[in-house]
Design a binder for this molecule. Structure first.
Ligand code: NAD
Length: 478
């Protein structure tokens, strides 16, 4: 279904994120018919370039980052006619009037801040000074949203001076992933799971976001951030919230976000011995973390694993284990709900222990698998095996199913529709920092040194111990 017509301004339209994700995503939405012909995209950045030069850059970005879609040259040419550019200095007054001249009245207006966070406040302020944004306009804010509670509060405050909360879309692209939304559909659309979704039946939950890449070109930023700020405070916390929250009364932005906020507030502080930090070592083919960030004395973590507890009636006694890191064995993101053993095995001890595991995969192959125990086929007697009930979306929905849109393009369409359900509210972000800050401050105060781990491993051995101590084990990273 096409969205209403809009003017979308991308501040930082020439940057890496815009070229890799935002612009190719918008092209796919155009080619699929969701972005209407009257929709316009206006790149706004520091570089002095003409509209034609920007269109060439957009075309090259689509060709480079989505070569498959770029083959649809007819639509690509039509899409490019909807793309404009104006050089704007976020810190000064240049270009703002020209930007205003390009914007049309009576259109939905959205401003995507795909620039360094230090510019968020000044752009918000100038949008008002130059009278470019009324009370219906939307602003989209990229991560990182602050680096601690204090900076996040200051940022919320500076945005709130010019925009009300209903206009602010804080992006966490994990929430735009198909499976993450499906998690809510599975939990709240079926009778099967919700009655079991509590500490009485769930032994523990594991959330893993593993990357194979190192810090790449983001070294200088990453070294001031680390895995806790870059991944846990936002993405892993969001996944934890969706898994753990109570059923909202309806699928509406504030109902969902109220429930997520309650989860964050119910999270216990994490004891130091329940957290393991790691830093990747060099391998034959790749440099060490410290070499990558060019800081031989860096104590920043590229890996973190932790055991968390949620103190409420539903979850008291069920640990949530989370881990994320770079240069690990495989690129995979998975949430696993590990159910308890059946109270009694009628098949005797030799049948072994079998547990139901609901695995929700964010990548690769988005989908869900429910591990169930059945009889091993054949004449061998009552031997039990675990088999997966596989719900890989691509397979289940068949070749004619619409292609799953990328997280960014889906979220941008939600901005145009004015739907904030999959965006973080200001109080959520602050609550997440309020939980994260004492952990990070503890490391700083103790001069905590991350444990080295091998590239291609599952992280430091201590992370394995975190589970073994509890008589549990991490699922394989594959
Ligand atoms: P980038 O450095 O590649 O691009 C920055 C953009 O900002 C450029 O278009 C530049 O012209 C513009 N800009 C800089 N100063 C300006 C000024 N004074 N006035 C107007 N425009 C100015 O950065 P990026 O990697 O695209 O990241 C943009 C934002 O997105 C950052 O907040 C980053 O943290 C966030 N982000 C990026 C990624 C990613 O994969 N690149 C992922 C998640 C979040």
């Amino acid at each position: 279904i096409p969205v209403d017509s809009f003017d979308l301004v991308i501040f930082g339209g020439t940057g890496d994120l815009a070229r890799r994700k935002i612009l190719p995503g918008l092209f796919r939405r155009y080619a699929s018919g969701q972005m209407p012909d009257e929709g316009r995209i206006i790149g706004a950045a520091r570089s002095d370039m003409t509209c034609d030069e920007f269109r060439t850059m957009v075309k090259e970005a689509v060709e480079e980052f989505d070569p498959k879609s770029a083959k649809d040259t007819e639509n690509l040419e039509k899409f490019l006619e909807r793309v404009f550019y104006v050089a704007v200095d976020a810190m000064g007054d240049g270009g703002w009037k020209e930007l205003g001249d390009l914007l049309r009245p009576d259109m939905i207006r959205a401003f995507y801040f795909s620039v360094a966070p230090s510019l968020f406040g000044t752009i918000a302020e100038r949008l008002k000074t130059f009278d470019l944004a009324d009370d219906d306009a939307r602003i989209v804010v990229e991560k990182p949203f602050g680096k601690d509670l204090e900076t996040a509060r200051a940022l919320n405050k500076s945005l709130a001076e010019h925009f009300h909360e209903g206009q602010i879309y804080r992006i966490d692209h994990y929430l735009g992933k198909e499976t993450v939304q499906n998690l809510m559909a599975v939990r709240f659309g079926n009778m099967l799971f919700e009655p079991l979704w509590n500490s009485q039946y769930v032994d523990h939950i594991q959330i893993t976001v593993a990357e194979t890449v190192g810090v790449g070109g983001r070294g200088s930023y990453y070294d001031t951030s680390g895995a806790m700020r870059d991944m846990v405070q936002n993405h892993l916390m969001q996944l934890l919230c969706l898994i753990a929250m109570e059923p909202p009364a309806k699928f509406d932005p504030d109902a969902v976000r109220d429930e997520k906020l309650k989860v964050i507030r119910a999270l216990d502080p994490v004891e130091p011995h329940h957290i393991v930090r790691g830093q990747y070592s060099a391998s034959e083919k790749s440099a060490s973390y410290r070499e990558d960030v060019e800081n031989p004395r860096s104590f920043t973590e590229s890996f973190v694993a932790m055991r968390c507890e949620i103190s409420n009636w539903r979850w008291a006694g069920t640990p949530f284990y989370m881990r994320t890191g770079k240069r690990l064995k495989a690129r995979t993101s998975e949430i696993a709900v590990v159910f308890k053993d059946a109270p009694h095995s009628i098949f005797g001890a030799e049948a072994g222990v079998h547990r139901n595991v609901l695995s929700i995969r964010l990548q690769p192959n988005e989908g869900m698998t429910l591990g169930v125990t059945i009889k091993e086929p054949g004449p061998g007697g009552m031997r039990l095996v675990d088999v997966p009930l596989d719900m890989t979306f691509a397979e289940a929905l068949g070749p004619d199913a619409e292609e799953v849109p990328d997280a960014y393009e889906r979220l941008i369409m939600d901005v145009i529709r004015g739907n904030q359900t999959l965006f973080m509210r200001g109080d959520e972000v602050e609550a997440a920092w309020a939980w994260t800050d004492p952990i990070i401050n503890g490391w700083t105060n103790r001069n905590d040194v991350p444990k080295p781990y091998d590239t291609g491993s599952a992280g430091p051995d201590d992370a394995l111990m975190l589970m073994h101590r509890d008589g549990r084990r991490w699922r394989e990273i594959k």
